[in-house]
Design a protein around this ligand. Structure first.
Ligand SMILES: Cc1cc2nc3c(=O)[nH]c(=O)nc-3n(C[C@H](O)[C@H](O)[C@H](O)COP(=O)(O)OP(=O)(O)OC[C@H]3O[C@@H](n4cnc5c(N)ncnc54)[C@H](O)[C@@H]3O)c2cc1C
Ligand SMILES: *[C@@H]1O[C@H](CO)[C@@H](O)[C@H](O)[C@H]1NC(C)=O
Ligand SMILES: *[C@@H]1O[C@H](CO)[C@@H](O)[C@H](O)[C@H]1NC(C)=O
Ligand SMILES: *[C@@H]1O[C@H](CO)[C@@H](O)[C@H](O)[C@H]1NC(C)=O
Ligand SMILES: *[C@@H]1O[C@H](CO)[C@@H](O)[C@H](O)[C@H]1NC(C)=O
Ligand SMILES: *[C@@H]1O[C@H](CO)[C@@H](O)[C@H](O)[C@H]1NC(C)=O
Ligand SMILES: *[C@@H]1O[C@H](CO)[C@@H](O)[C@H](O)[C@H]1NC(C)=O
Length: 631
């Protein structure tokens, strides 16, 4: 979910606190201390994981279940300090632990505007600082991944791992009934580490929105996380640890939970992996340095190095290590270990758009009341601290329900839109110097996504109203493709990020259809009683698609911090970087675990899929090495 402008800028100015270290001295594995520093880190581990986010900590937890295995997680950011802004949904601001100094290049599809690029730099990665929304993708999203040449990643393959990862806490029956919360017990599990539930409070305006959405044909969905779920309206689950109603995040559910029993699980925080070390194309370790700058050290892996640095930084580590587009590596005089043109390409995100409204008769309380009325806010905080229903159980500025919309639901003109997109030469949507294999991969993805658009089987967008002064519209399945590349051999230099948002004309057409669907909801009787007026720079004066799209180019934000797909799992002839077992092509002993491996965005939010796919990968690795109970 998006970050409001001023906070995003402010957070960019905050640099994470990092510890200066000195050169590592080899030692024996300490018996209980699992946080290591540069003095106590060992020189050899079974597995080294670069990046301690969702994928990194999930894998480290599962691999160290076998006591013969040792794992080192190297994480660029520090441990969080349990701040309210991390733990308490309603205190979700100011935002903490953003990766510093990341800015996009001017976006040609968005009137040459540049944007801060937001991702996490903290133990737990995105799960420590994200908006807590916990939604799987659609069945066809994962089946589509499989059809791109990836056995083992269909819905049926991932489903047991969604269940393994999670622990759902039911809301009370009376609250669920009053709020219209529904779910399907058959698709939710209660034994896994990631806790999730629903806020225990809702703003009254959310009922107006719900009823208005229903009246324009968006039906209540029983469970958005069910296989072949319909699209429509529902409460979105969030990663809440009941009864404290605090954040359930990877640091807590895959690290704190096991620290007393896992002397073989080490985390070295505030250190950045700079390079993978190879011997004859076999990954044998990594070099790393303090994130604050300082001396480089090396650490070795007897089995594998696993990259889990997220969608913007796994490609950086690969390219710094000589794995990537040959032309780029040669330009920077980096010796080529494997020429993989797909590394850093195929960048996708889920753009966001805020549509402001004025109301003559909005209902209170709403998130505006929460921010401006200190009495109400203090009252809600007291309820929260007493474990009573409270607005503090809701992520600040959001509401509790949302619409997931297919292209068919958004517009009657969906067939023409798909036909027009099919008629386009896919090469026109990529930079002119694109590698031939990367283009082939894009063609395959485009074909797949347009089938999903036409059949209505996947959602193309979300519509949300926080119940205060703006609606939010998310574009879930863009056809535009961007890139993230290094521009320097300095591992601490920022990567060059170009989302290329809205460079494919279909994306703004789809976005315009979503915008019109949002207008329909606001025009329905149940919203009209609140007296909404679409405000500047939008407004009733914009009537044609072209007029709306023109304003959009100046308003769309390219990112929802769901950056993915930059080391895609696809065959090499499709520009893929990793196999369906997540092994990097052309080398040995190296895998990618994080969201970079996704071929395409899914019609959900990333967290649920990242926990599940890391569980799946952990099992693949355990089987391969006969770890734990596998042999
Ligand atoms: C502000 C924000 C809001 C979001 N809201 C939601 C939401 O509501 N719902 C949802 O599902 N998703 C949301 N997301 C997205 C989601 O959190 C991410 O997609 C997800 O965390 C990706 O998991 P990952 O394991 O691939 O990488 P991450 O969790 O991002 O972890 C990568 C880790 O690697 C570390 N790292 C990077 N480079 C190096 C290096 N060279 N050496 C060592 N460590 C390195 C980083 O510091 C980071 O901790 C949000 C993300 C953000 C940032
Ligand atoms: C650690 O790994 C390095 C590189 O493979 C090797 O030279 C060294 O002997 C190993 N040390 C131990 C204690 O296993
Ligand atoms: C699942 O969550 C509930 C509620 O927090 C908790 O009581 C229960 O112990 C959890 N189950 C497991 C297996 O962790
Ligand atoms: C729940 O649904 C009922 C029936 O459609 C409706 O009357 C009520 O206003 C809704 N409430 C909320 C909070 O969505
Ligand atoms: C502020 O909140 C308090 C407590 O809920 C309420 O009594 C009061 O009317 C609110 N004030 C305004 C201006 O909305
Ligand atoms: C890349 O680096 C060069 C030299 O440091 C700099 O001049 C240029 O602006 C950078 N390009 C981008 C897109 O950041
Ligand atoms: C909305 O409210 C703002 C601030 O009160 C005002 O400046 C603006 O003119 C209003 N816009 C519309 C369309 O009513």
């Amino acid at each position: 979910m998006p970050l409001r402008g001023p906070w995003a800028i402010l957070a960019l100015l905050l640099s994470p606190t990092v510890l200066l270290g000195t050169v590592a001295q080899p030692r024996l594995v300490p018996r209980h201390a699992t946080v290591v520093d540069r003095q106590t880190v060992n020189s050899n581990y079974t597995f080294i994981i670069a990046g301690g986010g969702i994928a990194g900590l999930t894998l480290a937890d599962r691999l160290t279940e076998d006591s013969s295995v040792t794992v080192l997680v190297l994480e660029a950011g520090p441990f969080d300090q349990g701040q309210d802004g991390i733990l308490i949904p309603g205190a979700f601001a100011p935002y903490l632990y953003f990766w510093p100094n990341l800015v996009t290049v001017p976006q040609v599809g968005l009137n040459d505007r540049s944007f801060p690029a937001i991702c996490a730099q903290v133990v737990g990665g995105g799960s420590t600082i994200n908006a807590m929304v916990f939604l799987r993708g659609a069945t066809v999203d994962y089946d589509g991944w499989e059809s791109l040449g990836n056995p083992r990643h269909s819905w049926d393959d991932l489903f047991p791992y969604f269940l393994k990862s999670e622990n759902f806490t039911r809301p009370s029956a009376s609250f669920a009934k009053a709020g219209n919360i529904s779910w399907d017990e058959a698709v939710r599990a209660h034994k896994g580490p990631v806790k999730y539930s629903y806020p225990n409070y809702f703003y009254p305006g959310s009922a107006n929105w719900w009823n208005a959405a229903k009246s324009v044909g968006l039906e209540p969905v029983k469970d958005p996380n069910a296989p072949n779920s319909k699209n429509g309206i529902f409460w979105f689950p969030t990663v809440l640890d009941v009864p404290s109603m605090t954040r359930s995040y990877a640091r807590r559910n895959h690290y704190d939970k096991v620290i007393t029993s896992r002397p073989n699980y080490h985390v070295l925080a505030s250190n950045t992996v700079s390079k993978i070390l190879f011997r004859n194309k076999q990954a044998i370790g990594v070099s790393y340095l303090p994130t604050a700058g300082g001396t480089a050290s090396s650490v070795y892996a007897s089995k594998e190095v696993i990259l889990a640095a997220g969608g913007l930084h796994t490609p950086q580590i690969l390219q710094l290590s000589g794995i990537g587009p040959k032309k780029l590596l040669e330009k920077l005089s980096i010796p080529v270990v494997a020429d993989l043109p797909g590394v850093g390409q195929n960048l996708q995100d889920q753009p966001t758009l805020e549509v402001p409204y004025n109301f003559s008769a909005n209902v209170i309380p709403n998130p505006g009341t929460f921010l401006t009325n200190a009495t109400y806010n203090a009252e809600q905080r007291a309820f929260y601290d007493a474990h009573q229903p409270s607005a503090y159980s809701i992520i600040a500025t959001l509401s509790t329900n949302i619409a997931r919309v297919s292209l068919q639901q958004a517009t009657a003109a969906y067939k023409q839109m798909v036909a027009q997109a099919r008629a386009r030469n896919p090469a026109d949507s990529l930079p002119t110097d694109v590698d031939a294999t990367v283009l082939e991969g894009y063609k395959a993805q485009r074909k797949l996504i347009l089938q999903q658009f036409e059949s209505g089987s996947a959602a193309i967008g979300n519509l949300h109203w926080g119940t205060a002064d703006s609606a939010l519209i998310y574009l879930l399945k863009p056809l535009s493709r961007g890139s993230v590349n290094i521009n320097s051999t300095d591992p601490l230099a920022p990567v060059v990020i170009d989302y290329r948002t809205a460079t494919d004309p279909a994306d703004l057409q789809v976005y315009t259809a979503l915008f019109r669907k949002n207008r329909q909801i606001f025009a329905a009787r149940n919203m009209q009683v609140l007296g909404p007026t679409e405000a500047s720079p939008f407004g009733a004066q914009l009537t044609t698609d072209a007029q709306i799209a023109t304003v959009m180019r100046n308003q769309v934000n390219p990112s929802n911090s769901h950056q993915c797909c930059t080391a895609a799992m696809m065959p090499r002839k499709l520009g893929g970087v990793v196999s369906s077992e997540h092994e990097v092509y052309g080398v040995k002993g190296l895998r990618v675990a994080d969201i970079s491996f996704w071929p395409t965005e899914v019609s959900g939010a990333p967290t649920a899929t990242m926990y599940a796919s890391a569980e799946l990968l952990a099992d693949m690795i355990k089987k391969e090495y006969c770890l734990d109970d596998y042999c």
